[in-house]
Design a protein around this ligand. Structure first.
Ligand code: HGY
Ligand code: MN
Ligand code: MN
Ligand code: MN
Length: 411
């Protein structure tokens, strides 16, 4: 454990301040990628980077980096910290923002105590981690890691018909650096768990050694509109009923599987969406996840089979479009051990675990050794204004990040 500690108040005050940006009157913040409200969050983050006297660099997909490059470290690859500051709709204030602001806090503290790292240290806020407005999620870090061409990403059309490249330019974050312009020596992401495990098992810290696979699809079911009152049940081509069968299938299969497989239908819409018209069209999304790639493949195949069955039995047409597909990732064992040792040195037991949520670390792990540190989420709630983590846990997580950074950049 180092003899240093972060400035608790500064971190906690900034978390609360950022959480106010884009806050809905009756709930949590909404800062969708490249939106006007996200611009305000970005501007605030850049202002804090400048307050810490860091160089600010923005790349072409809008990833923002604060760079601390002490004299003599220029020829070394940087240690990278980071996460994201875009949110889902009506979000909590910790998801992503905690890792970005704690990364900044660690750098600011190390500068203040006169620490001399052996390499540069940077903190990044990656564009569009949530993927709510533009799919896929983790887009900025995926482009940074070379997993998606930047031109293709900039051409992405959002759920609102907007163009990501135009939106980034409109908010002033279409940067000039090529994504990947700094090759990380290693990447560490501090994040709330967003699940119930740490709290349920009584651990203050998670040493995250892996992250599950993610499969996102959009399903479009085309049937026939018809009169709700005059059309006999046996003569319907009801896109709504077909969608309901698929949703139930996913839930029942996941429940019966006794595996960690999870399935979610988060978005759905009917056309013409009228009380007395049989839906002619149903459009919905499927989010399938599993820590095991073979099982995830098997779940995707079973879903495809069932879509064919429903299409035939309900006499509708079903098309599936892939929106995102990420394999499970194993993080770097060496860094995971360093996290565990740092927690122990502060008298905190840590649980080695898999992340259920997707994170930018999943992408940066393609180009550098990476790992994550989790802190507990109260009642496992996230992507919800009730998302909460205690100040004790938030500060402990940031101090462990500080210790790990000192260890990995010791002169
Ligand atoms: O979907 C996820 O797990 C991430 O929050 N984008
Ligand atoms: Mn997140
Ligand atoms: Mn999230
Ligand atoms: Mn995430």
């Amino acid at each position: 454990m180092t003899s240093h500690s972060i400035n608790d108040a500064r971190l906690l005050n900034r978390l609360r301040a950022l959480g106010e940006i884009g806050r809905n009157p009756d709930g949590g913040p909404t800062r969708l990628a490249a939106s006007e409200t996200e611009k305000l969050g970005r501007d605030q983050f850049v202002a804090w980077l400048k307050e810490a006297d860091l160089d600010v660099a923005v790349d072409r997909i809008g990833n923002i980096f604060g760079v601390w490059k002490p004299q003599g470290t220029e020829s070394h690859d940087p240690l990278m910290l980071g996460s994201h500051i875009d949110t889902v709709i009506n979000a909590g204030i910790y998801d992503g923002c905690y890792g970005v602001l704690a990364g900044l806090e660690v750098i600011a503290t190390l500068r203040e105590v006169g620490f001399q790292p052996s390499r540069p240290i940077v903190v990044g806020a990656f564009t569009n981690e949530e993927g709510v407005r533009y799919a896929p999620d983790m887009m900025g870090s995926l482009v940074y890691a070379g997993g998606l061409d930047v031109e293709e990403a900039l051409a992405t059309v959002g759920i609102d018909g907007s163009n990501l490249g135009e939106e980034l330019a409109a908010i002033g974050y279409a940067g000039s650096h090529e994504p990947g312009f700094m090759k990380p020596h290693a990447y560490i992401e501090l994040h709330i768990e967003q699940g119930p495990v740490l709290e349920r098992e009584g651990f203050p810290v998670g040493a995250v050694d892996s992250l599950q696979g993610i499969s996102w699809q959009q399903i479009i079911i085309d049937g026939d509109a018809n009169h709700a009152g005059t059309t006999p049940i046996t003569m319907r081509k009801d896109a709504g009923v077909a969608a309901a069968r698929v949703i139930t299938f996913l839930r029942e299969r996941a429940k019966a599987s006794n595996t960690p497989t999870v399935a979610t239908v988060g978005c759905i819409s009917f056309e013409p969406n009228a009380i007395n018209v049989i839906p002619s069209k149903a459009t919905f999304t499927i989010d399938l996840r599993d820590p095991d790639e073979d099982r995830l493949l098997a779940e995707e195949a079973a879903l495809a089979d069932y879509l064919r069955t429903v299409a035939q039995e309900e006499q509708v047409t079903i098309t599936a479009e892939r929106l995102a597909r990420f394999q499970p990732v194993k993080f770097d064992g060496e860094i995971v051990r360093t996290i565990e040792e740092a927690a122990l040195a502060r008298g905190l037991k840590s649980k080695r675990m898999t992340s259920g949520a997707g994170h930018d670390a999943q992408m940066i792990a393609r180009i550098a050794p990476a790992a994550m540190i989790f802190v507990p989420s109260v009642a496992g709630i996230s992507h919800n204004p009730k998302e909460f983590t205690s100040e004790t846990d938030l500060v402990a997580g940031a101090n462990i990040l500080l210790d790990v950074v000192c260890k990995l950049t010791a002169p």
